[in-house]
Design a protein around this ligand. Structure first.
Ligand code: MGD
Ligand code: SF4
Length: 745
């Protein structure tokens, strides 16, 4: 049995504080307050600038507080290029994070009472002293490198500073190997630039937008959704490739209901049509392209007829859509997507997408991709970081194109292995719920079991917190300072986050936690300020503004310095690739033994009686972090299992019927889910929204609601280029009898 038993944080009766109902209902019900805010009856409401952390689009917002200091509303900042004054429903509901009565309230330390593992409340000093002493221990026994940081979002950057000061670069975040990594590798190898966030897609001026497994609209990335809706109004053609009729697909002229896992075949066939029908942008490719001859030879036999047999998309449909893209070019975007870890050949699929954009001349052209720019935030004075002996790079060294830590490799490396030169003995996990985020739960449990010491810093009693030795309650983004936002966009801008309200309970910001631990480790010189406000003040002054000014405006725009958004006609331009051109053929990949041009490889098919497990986003939620949010749970509190009517007939299932899932490895879902019979999903797949199925009872709204897709993902297909974990090769069968009958969960 596991040494590190999962502790339900409610065990000590710490809970009991009812969820506050002071949060505004987001839509309509509070028009009175809305009106007041609109008219800015500002004497009653104070307005404070911040930026959102409900997802990582980081929209700048105004938070309105009443005389009692309660947050009553969040609104988008009008001048912010990330939101144009409008927050998405999740962002508006961010106030629910602050008001959630289930929040972590005090530091907790794991203890054993009468043989039972439980948590006891601790003071901040006691918890921080314990963490610092364990970090010293690990450093003296194994080296600082053996303490790892798994992080996501703003808290992660403060902890990263602590870790680097302490001497560890053993750091990873799920936004890489479980999300965007392959896209950055594929585009980096082809056009010499990462896509980054926000994506530099000029959707508002596009004439043709092609979405491949990217469901903008359900996946709410604010300005992308706004621009897509403008593009539709302006008559742009939308082509959606998805085994599911997503919201985007329903707005599309062409929905290609592709057989899952065959996208590369479609991309190759599209390239075939563009090249062999002479539809590609010849002038652009002649000037900026490298290796067209090899590509032409490569795609010779990849005809639409060939692809039909693989993708189930009719040859005429493939030809027609390729011609539409070409007619709109260069104002055509084949969207790179965002969560792209699907089948293990994801960097190559992304490369194919980049190549297709290259053939159309979209990169650097209006209505295609613009040249992004961002402001570099000056570094607050500090000594240089020590150089670790090893870190994330050595752990991921099998993957030559890994440019960030690979979460899953770091977790795997924590499981003891006699030959390892890189033992990992301690973790701090900040802002990531690994249990519902990284696939292969058994591996995570084994790794956590092997740890000598384990800290979780979170705002909520999420699943991961139950395994920690010490749990630290962070305050929410509405109660703290964080780093100045600077992200790539058409025009560079910065945005301020500052406390809107006082931290509730005993919660503290991650910058403070990091500084406290740092000082206990003797790292004073790296934390030479009293308050993070001092750091921000210093940085803003260097940027030619001030904290006072930023408090008034929230967002500041800067002029572009890197040149125009788009290429001038005939302009000389060097892409940051080895050849200085868009690489249709990659000598670099060939020299490392990889395919220099993408190829289609068949992927395993569901066995008899099983369906491919497909998952995606709900517009009301971000991953697993928002499911318990009182405002957002009121809008959507569970997921459903989408199944095709044909499957419903075969299995004799009806709408709303309660079912369970069992995957190819015999893993049975902890909870049940209701069926939604719909033509919107292919007959070979089932679909559910990601993030649901929480199994921590302390999450009073989220517990037991729906099935966790992550729980059913035990098989991963690893991208050999950069270590991404392809998650979409899992198959499930549908159980109609309760498999847990007589078993207490
Ligand atoms: P969440 O599950 O939302 O996502 O991975 P995660 O970021 O781990 O967990 C976030 C955690 O951060 C929660 O425990 C939340 O309470 C905590 N948190 C929220 N705000 C704060 C804060 O201000 N401070 C602190 N300290 N903690 C906070 C996301 C990752 O998941 C990504 S980026 C993608 S794209 C992948 N998506 C995905 C998928 O679609 N399906 C499956 N099966 N797995 C996936 N994994 C990846
Ligand atoms: Fe917040 Fe929505 Fe913007 Fe994401 S897209 S940062 S959730 S308002």
């Amino acid at each position: 049995t596991s040494r590190r038993k999962f502790i339900k944080i409610s065990a000590l009766g710490l809970g009991g504080v009812a969820a506050s109902t002071s949060a505004l209902n987001m839509f309509g019900a509070n028009t009175y307050l809305d009106d007041l805010v609109k008219q800015n009856v500002a004497t009653k409401f104070k307005r404070t600038a911040t930026y959102c952390e409900v997802c990582f689009w980081k929209c700048a917002a105004w938070a309105y507080t009443n005389e009692e200091g309660e947050i009553i509303k969040l609104k988008g900042n009008e001048i912010d290029p990330h939101c144009n004054g409008r927050l998405c429903p999740r962002g508006t509901g961010g106030v629910g994070m602050y008001n959630d009565g289930d929040r972590l309230k005090t530091p907790l330390i794991r203890t054993t009472i009468n043989g039972e593992q439980t948590y006891r409340e601790a003071s901040w000093d006691e918890a921080l002293d314990l963490i610092a002493s364990k970090m010293k221990d690990v450093k003296s026994k194994y080296g600082a490198e053996s303490f790892a940081l798994l992080k996501h979002g703003s808290p992660g950057s403060h902890l990263e500073h602590l870790f680097k000061s302490y001497g560890s670069d053993t750091i990873a975040e799920p936004a890489y190997a479980q999300c965007r990594g392959p896209r950055e590798t594929g585009f980096g190898l082809t056009v010499g630039s990462w896509i980054g966030s926000p994506e530099p897609t000029d959707i508002r001026d596009t004439k043709c937008l092609v979405l491949i497994g990217s469901h903008i609209g359900e996946n709410m990335h604010n300005t992308q959704v706004q621009e897509m809706s403008d593009a539709i109004d302006n008559g742009a053609t939308i082509i959606t490739v998805d085994p599911r009729l997503s919201t985007a697909a329903s707005k599309s002229e062409h929905w290609l209901a592709i057989k899952p896992s065959t996208d590369i075949a479609l991309l190759l066939a599209w390239m075939h049509v563009l090249i062999y029908e002479n539809l590609y942008n010849k002038e652009y490719v002649d000037k900026y392209g490298y290796g067209l001859k090899e590509l032409k030879e490569h795609v010779k036999d990849f005809t639409p007829e060939w692809a039909y047999g693989i993708t189930t998309i009719k040859p005429e449909e493939i030809r027609k859509t390729a011609r539409i893209m070409a007619a709109a070019a260069p104002s055509t975007i084949i969207h790179p997507g965002r969560h792209v870890v699907w089948y293990g050949d994801d960097s190559q699929r992304e490369r194919a997408i980049a190549m297709l954009n290259g053939l159309l001349g979209s990169w650097g052209n209006r209505g295609g991709f613009y040249f992004k720019e961002k402001i570099k935030i000056p570094k607050y004075p500090q000594p240089a970081y020590p150089t670790p002996k090893w870190g994330w790079e050595e752990i991921g060294e099998k993957y030559p194109y890994a440019e960030m830590g690979i979460t899953s490799e770091l977790i795997k490396a924590t499981i003891p292995n006699e030959n390892t030169e890189h033992p990992i003995k301690g973790w701090i996990v900040a802002g990531t719920n690994l249990i519902n985020t990284v696939p292969d739960r058994e591996m995570i449990l084994k790794a956590m079991d092997a740890l000598e010491f384990f800290v979780v810093i979170d705002t909520m009693p999420m699943e991961i917190t139950g395994y920690a030795d010490v749990v630290l309650p962070e305050c929410t983004y509405l109660e703290r300072y964080d780093g100045i936002r600077s992200a790539t966009n058409r025009e560079p801008s910065i945005a301020l986050r500052q406390p809107v309200a006082k931290p509730k309970y005993k919660s503290k910001p991650a910058w403070w936690i990091s500084k406290q631990i740092g000082e206990r480790l003797g790292l004073h010189d790296y934390f030479d300020y009293n308050d993070f406000e001092d750091v921000i003040k210093w940085q803003l002054n260097k940027l030619g503004t001030s904290l006072d000014e930023m408090k008034k405006i929230g967002v500041k725009k800067f002029e572009r310095k890197s040149g125009p958004l788009f290429l001038e006609k005939g302009q000389d331009y060097e892409f940051a690739t080895n050849s200085g051109k868009i690489e249709f053929y990659s000598d670099e990949l060939a020299s490392k033994g990889f395919d220099p041009m993408p190829i289609y490889t068949p992927h395993p098919e569901p066995p008899q009686g099983y369906y491919r497990l497909n998952y995606g986003r709900s517009p009301m939620h971000t991953f697993s972090r928002t499911i318990n949010n009182p405002n957002l749970s009121a809008l959507k509190d569970t997921n459903k299992l989408w199944i095709n009517p044909k499957v419903a007939r075969i299995l004799d299932l009806r709408n709303e019927q309660v079912v369970w899932l069992e995957n190819q490895d015999g893993i049975i879902s902890t909870f049940s889910i209701k069926v939604r019979v719909t033509e919107r999903i292919r007959w070979d797949s089932v679909y559910l929204y990601h993030g649901f199925g929480h199994n921590d009872k302390k999450l009073t709204r989220a517990f037991g609601k729906g099935i966790s897709d992550t729980e059913m993902i035990s098989k991963v297909h690893i991208d050999p280029l950069m270590g991404g974990t392809g998650l979409r090769g899992n198959f499930v069968k549908i159980l109609t009898e309760d498999p847990h009958k007589n078993i207490e969960i």
